[in-house]
Structure formats: structure tokens, C-alpha cells
Design a protein around this ligand. Sequence first.
Ligand code: KIV
Length: 259
Amino acid sequence: MTASKITAAEVREMKGRGQKIASLTAYDFPMARLLDQAGIPLLLVGDSLGMVVLGYPDTTHVTMAEMEHHVRAVARAQPHALLVADLPCKSYDTPERAVANAQRLVAAGAEAVKAEGGRDIVLQVRAIIASGIPFLGHLGMLPQHVLEEGGYRIKGKNDVEHEALLADADALVQAGAFAVVLELVTAKVAAEITRRIPVPTIGIGSGPDCDGQILVTPDLLGLLPWYNLKHVKPWLNAADQMRTAVKQWKDAVETGTKP
Ligand code: KIV
């Protein structure tokens, strides 16, 4: 485990060293502490928290106040990892709002912010970076647009999407993003973007050739079996283990074998 604080510049440099970046989401103090102890270099307080912690049907309902609340909890773990926070839906519709809300997340403890989009948000990205806040891009399937798009679809399957992804990735790099998340991008296009841009690509459901991978931690741990996700195979069956432990304890209390 790295003892010193990891910066956005260091995450960016990992690509040059050929060092793969294993990133995870964190939404609260204990999870942040455990993931940091496991040596994860980038922790994202993702707006996925709307679905996996707060029970919303999608991420479009998440507010700035909810993001700040969870960023504060993760920051209290004082992780060595770079702490990135998502700007939630509609919080960055102008450059001024993007900067003001990015500053709120930084005041809560974030060290970098992420927002969804490419050429359409390049003014916001430039403004955020000009204010001194490192920026992580997010291209491909954009969950904050799930309602307009009518579902979670893989991106890059046709020429129009392919060209748009390349142009968006170039725009984010030119604007100064230190890395770019690629969500549900075809493995072929994700590999092409990874070869093309000088900053790391961090994939989720985008094949093995990205510079790093990111997962929603409860998906990795098998905590949410009611989501049937194709892009992730849980490495633990935490839901079953929890149910079994709770049932055993309940039985012990009810039978008087455990006071
Ligand atoms: O909100 C989130 O957790 C994310 C990851 C899926 C990259 O954006």
C-alpha cells in the first residue's frame, strides 16, 4: 500500500509507467477505510450512490446535498487514495454552476470531480480545471442520460458513435482531464481510445484493454443480487453471507443459545 497521498497527476502518470489503475466507488466511512487499506489508488464517490445506497431508480435523482453528505463521510476516512466525487445530474449545466458545485464538493473533501459528457461540456471542464480542481472525464453510456436514451446501451457499435467517442475523448484531453472513464464502450473502441489519448482510460464494462478498471463496489462484492449486471462477475457473495449470518444469529437469539 502506498503511504503517501495520491494526486490526480500521479494517477495520470500511471499510464506512462504501464501501471494498471484499479478503482472502486466508496460512499461511506468504513468502505472508504477498507478499500484504502486494500491499496485502491482512486476512490470515486459516484452518483451511483443514488441507486446502490439511496434506492432511487436511477442516478438522475441525486442532489448536491446528498453528494456532499457522502463525500464528507468518505473524506473522514482520510484515504491515501485520490478522492474523486461526481457532479450530479443538472449540477453543471453552465460553466459557472459547474465551478460553484465542484467547489462545494471540494469543500466537502473531494480532491477531483467527474462529470458525464465530452464536447457538450467542454466549457464546464475548462472552467473547473481553471479553478484549480482536477477533472475526471466520463464517456460512453452516461447514466445521467438514461431517461432520454431509454436504457443502458453499449456505445461505439456504429460509425457515428465511434467517431463521436473519439472526438469527445480528444476534447476532454485538450481541456485538461487527467483521466477518462469509459462506461459500456465496445472493447474495440475502448482499446482504440486507450491507444489514442495520453491520459489513462478507466473502463467499466468496456473490455480488458483500458488503462484501468472501475467498479461499483457493491457489484464487486455481490451485495445487490437484484441487479442482473452483465459486465461484472461478483468476487464475493456478500448478500448470501449477510443473510446467512443474520439468520444464524436470529435463530440463536430465538432459541436462547445466544443471549
Ligand atoms: O457513479 C458511478 O459510480 C460511476 C462509475 C460507474 C464510473 O460513475
